[in-house]
Ligand binder design. Structure first.
Ligand SMILES: [Zn+2]
Length: 272
């Protein structure tokens, strides 16, 4: 258990696309069970209302709905993320086209995670929709499980569609061989919350597994306001990072994963 519960200074910034101006739908009842998590309290602000939220204690996931009316769906929604990726139904999901370009590292420690900005021009397409890459960031441990298995890290590539919805590509990271690109990204993390640093040019495609099988489902942002407007694509094959790389990331963000949410009436599809 991290000693924590001290409230961090308020920051502007957004984890996992917790962006201002998202219309939050009010969904039906249903109590989402969120198991208690050990975590560091990393409180920060919603750009909209400057409401602090974190991953444990009184501002943790069990209480997100109570923190702001804008977060109401976090504990009442029925299409929330992350989920355990299991019992997926094989389907013809069409090709997954990823057109990410090389970019110069621009890393911001927003108190919840490290966010790497992506300049315009990178995109991915799935199911006839094309999304523009806005940023990517890292969770420790993974938020999605794969057949009940949790991984040390998960990278979220957050893309936007013009209508305000999102397409997020998730990449699970297992412990194994080091990833040279991840090394550069982790080395650029600013220690100070709210700080931004720059680094060398990297190719984000080096963070993708060779095998391109993926799962797809309709879900939500995994941070407040938890808006249920995310087309999730999670790669079925993890990449690897070294134990030292994982440890270094964990030094900055000891725990920034939301608990697993129920699938409810949704279908989880997997590419054939
Ligand atoms: Zn995320």
């Amino acid at each position: 258990m991290q000693q924590s519960h001290k409230r961090s200074k308020v920051l502007a910034g957004a984890a996992c696309a917790a962006l201002a101006g998202i219309t939050v739908q009010v969904a039906a009842q249903s109590t989402v069970e969120t198991p208690a998590t050990k975590a560091a309290t990393v409180a920060a602000a919603s750009p909209a209302e400057h409401v602090e939220w974190g991953y444990t204690g009184p501002t943790g996931p069990d209480h997100w709905s109570a923190l702001s009316k804008d977060y109401a769906i976090c504990n009442t929604g029925q299409q929330e993320s992350p989920i355990d990726l299991k019992d997926a139904i094989p389907a013809d999901l069409g090709p997954l086209s990823i057109g990410w370009k090389r970019l110069a590292i621009r890393a911001t420690n927003n108190g919840h995670t490290v966010q790497y900005d992506a300049p315009a021009g990178s995109r991915f397409s799935v199911g006839g929709k094309t999304y523009q890459l806005a940023q990517f960031h890292i969770h420790h441990p993974s938020e999605h499980l794969l057949n009940g298995r949790r991984f040390p890290l998960e990278i979220h590539f957050v893309h936007k569609l013009g209508d305000g919805s999102f397409g997020v590509v998730g990449v699970l990271v297992a412990s194994g061989a080091g990833n040279p690109t991840l090394q550069k990204l982790i080395a650029a993390i600013p220690a100070e919350r709210g700080a931004t640093s720059t680094g060398p040019v990297i190719d984000p495609r080096a963070l993708l597994p060779v095998a391109r099988g993926f799962d797809r489902y309709e879900g939500s942002l995994t941070t407040p306001p938890c808006a249920e407007s995310v087309d999730w694509v999670v790669m079925r094959t993890p990449i690897t990072a070294s134990a030292a790389q994982i440890e270094k990331f964990a030094g900055f963000f000891p725990f920034n994963a939301r608990p697993i949410q129920p699938l409810d009436r949704r279908f989880l599809l997997t590419s054939r």
